[in-house]
Structures are given as structure tokens and as C-alpha cells.
Design a protein around this ligand. Structure first.
Ligand code: NAP
Ligand code: ZN
Ligand code: ZN
Length: 351
């Protein structure tokens, strides 16, 4: 299937139109027309090859909402016209212990990412959602629950599940005290979802600029991480801190904020961290952990939870040809709180 989208052609050139092929439908595949795609900071990291795993051209985008246009001969769960979603993974080994229990993101062989991966059968590089069409196995396709705003739901597929999964892993619920470091795409979803689960949430931000937003999102307060007095007062007051900062940074200011047995879970920076003192870990039996996206079953649970609770990301809709400007603004943390590309703009932009 011939399709088109926007791709990065090198680490430092702007994204530009790209025409390419999607595979012919396998028996278990669905083909979808992409309607909306969120813009994740990982898209930017990948376009610039920050993680050393990119190939070029590469089509980013893994917060995908679309409509099924065709199904393979053995597809049972979807039919043409269904509204569906695809996140960060398009396949996994499906046989290991992790895949069997629904944690495909932890597949022993490594999941196949929506972009920056290689198809398990053909070996072809995968290409993401900044495009008109996608072909994916039905096992990695999600149902959009009725009532969820299609345009706004896209960021749930990465920012949503990446923050929902640790909230569930660490049993956040009524009475939990949750801190969120960095109020961006992931951070604002962490706030909404933790509040939705019944937690008391504090945002830890670099400045007070986002205080009114944090409160409007449902947080009880915003602490400025550079305010040593306020940070000292907050010592030992969190059960879980979700750290969404997209760069190497210092954990020392944050670890003492955890209560005994509390956990700081890193979902942002992938790579080196600054040195940090283990004193708060040993003295308070505190932990530092990490968490990657979430499994397919858990992602469906998240979509259903958001539909039920009417939780949706705060989105700024853009046209496909505004993507380079969006990347620049994301780099400056100037997005409140997720760009979403309206793919109806794509044909015009790519022509
Ligand atoms: P984003 O929208 O750019 O938000 C990041 C936020 O972190 C910013 O709004 C800012 O908040 C803060 N920040 C930015 N630069 C900072 C710096 N140098 N030092 C301290 N704080 C900084 O990014 P995102 O889309 O939420 O993604 C965040 C990170 O998560 C990225 O690295 C992305 O690759 C990663 N990610 C991981 C997974 C996973 O599976 N674990 C999944 C998706 C994304 P304030 O202005 O409030 O300080
Ligand atoms: Zn992402
Ligand atoms: Zn597996």
C-alpha cells in the first residue's frame, strides 16, 4: 500500500514530506487511515537520533488514532469503520512469559516499536504515525471506547499509558501522595490520571509559571524544585514520584521527598543520570525505579478508564506542516500540554 507522511531525513534537517509503502495485509492485520497523531518528546529524540537507534528516513509518531479501512482474512476483533488506536508497539514475540501475561512492553526479545524498530517477519524498518495510513496486527490495535473525543485521545497512547502503568504498578489510589516532576505531555497526564485514581498530587516544576495550570489539572499544589525551603518542608511526604524530565538531571533534590519505602520512578530520561547520593535510599529504604510504556491490555484499560472518568489530555491541534515549529516549541517546554496533528491536513501539506 502506497502512503505518505512526514519523515526526518537526518539528525539535523527539518521533517519533510515522504512517500513510502506499507506492507500488504497479512491475515491478522488491519489497515487504518490515521486521523490524529500526538507529538511525543520521544519523536523529537528519535528524529535527532538522541538514543542512537534511528535510521533515515524515519517517520515518527506513536500516539495514533484512526479508522479501520481494511482487515486481513483472519481478523476477528475489528471491522472496517471501527475507530481504533495504536501506541508505541506494533509487535512482540508473543510467546515469552512477559508477553503471555500481557506485558508486551517487557518482552524478553524486546517489543517491536511503532517506529525505530524492525518488523519481526520482513525485517523492514517500522514507520510511525505522522502518516496517512498504518498496517498493524490486530493484536496490537486498541478499540476506541465510545464517547472518548477522538482528536484529544491520541496522547493517551503514549503519554497516558506511560504514566498510568507506574500508577497502577505502585497501587496508587485513594489517599496516595504522588509527586510529578516536569509538567509536560507525560507530566500533565500523570496529574490527571493520579487525581482520577484518587491520589493527592503535587507538581514539581522548574518555575512557578505553570502553578495555575497545575491546580486546574487537579493538583493540590505546585512546588518549585529550586525553592530549597519549600522542598525541605515537603521532606518524606510522597509515596510515589513520577519523574518525566527528558534530560540528564540531578535526583538529589527529589529523593528526600519520598516517605519511607517510597519510590521515585523514572519515565523520562533514557540514558545517563547525574551522580546522586544514596543516603536517602539507605536511610529511608527509598527506591529509584524505571518504567517503560505499558502493555496492550493495560492500554485498553486506560482508554476505558479515561472514557468512564472523562479524562482527556489538554491538546493544541496543529497541521502536519507545523511539525518543525512544534518540535522547537516542545524543546523549550512551550506546549500546554500536547501537540496533536490533525491528519486531515496531511494531503494538502504533502502535496
Ligand atoms: P515534554 O512534553 O517536553 O515535557 C517534559 C517536561 O519536563 C517539560 O514540560 C518541563 O517541565 C520539564 N523539563 C524539560 N526539560 C527539562 C530539563 N532540561 N530539566 C528539567 N526539567 C525539564 O516531554 P514528554 O513528551 O512529556 O516526554 C518526557 C520524556 O519522557 C522524554 O524524554 C520522552 O522521551 C520520555 N518518554 C518515555 C516513555 C517511557 O516509556 N518511559 C514514554 C514516552 C516518553 P517544567 O516546565 O514543569 O519543569
Ligand atoms: Zn511517546
Ligand atoms: Zn515476548
Amino acid at each position: 500500500m502506497n502512503t505518505f507522511g512526514y519523515a526526518a531525513y537526518s539528525t539535523d534537517s527539518p521533517l519533510a514530506p515522504y512517500t513510502f509503502e506499507r506492507r500488504e495485509l497479512r491475515p491478522d492485520d488491519v489497515a487504518l487511515e490515521i486521523l490524529y497523531c500526538g507529538v511525543c518528546h520521544s519523536d523529537l529524540h528519535t528524529a535527532r537520533n538522541d538514543w542512537g537507534m534511528s535510521y533515515y528516513p524515519i517517520v515518527p509518531g506513536h500516539e495514533i488514532v484512526g479508522r479501520v479501512i481494511e482487515t486481513g482474512t483472519q481478523v476477528t476483533g475489528f471491522k472496517a469503520g471501527d475507530y481504533v488506536a495504536v501506541g508505541c508497539m506494533v509487535d512482540s514475540c508473543r510467546e515469552c512469559d512477559q508477553c503471555r501475561k500481557g506485558d508486551e512492553q517487557l518482552c524478553r526479545q524486546g517489543p517491536i516499536y511503532t517506529y525505530s524498530g524492525h518488523d519481526r517477519i520482513s525485517g523492514e524498518p517500522t514507520q510511525g504515525g505522522y502518516a496517512k495510513h498504518l498496517v498493524v496486527s490486530e493484536a496490537f490495535c486498541l478499540h476506541m471506547p465510545e464517547g472518548l473525543d477522538l482528536a484529544k485521545a491520541a496522547p493517551l497512547l503514549c503519554a497516558g499509558i506511560t504514566t498510568y502503568s507506574p500508577l497502577r504498578t505502585w497501587n496508587v489510589g485513594s489517599g496516595s501522595r504522588v509527586g510529578v516532576i516536569g509538567l509536560g505531555g507525560l507530566g500533565h497526564m500523570a496529574v490527571k490520571l493520579a487525581v482520577g485514581l484518587g491520589a493527592e498530587v503535587t507538581v514539581l516544576s522548574r518555575s512557578a509559571d505553570k502553578r495555575a495550570d497545575a491546580l486546574a489539572l487537579g493538583a493540590a499544589r505546585l512546588l518549585v524544585s529550586a525553592d530549597e525551603g519549600a522542598m525541605a518542608e515537603a521532606a518524606s511526604s510522597f509515596d510515589l514520584i513520577i519523574d518525566t524530565v527528558p534530560a540528564k538531571h540531578d535526583l538529589d533534590p527529589y529523593l528526600p521527598l519520598l516517605d519511607v519505602d517510597g519510590t521515585l520512578v523514572i519515565v523520562g530520561q533514557l540514558g545517563p543520570m547525574s551522580d546522586f547520593s544514596t543516603v536517602p535510599l539507605l536511610s529511608g529504604r527509598r527506591r529509584v525505579a524505571g518504567s517503560p510504556i505499558g502493555g496492550i491490555r493495560e492500554t485498553q484499560e486506560l482508554l476505558d478508564f479515561c472514557a468512564k472518568k472523562n479524562i482527556l489530555p489538554d491538546c493544541e491541534m496543529i497541521r502536519m506542516d507545523q511539525i518543525n515549529e512544534a518540535f522547537e516549541r516542545m524543546e523549550k517546554a512551550d506546549v500546554r500540554y500536547r501537540f496533536v496533528i490533525d491528519m486531515a491536513s496531511l494531503s494538502a501539506a504533502a502535496a
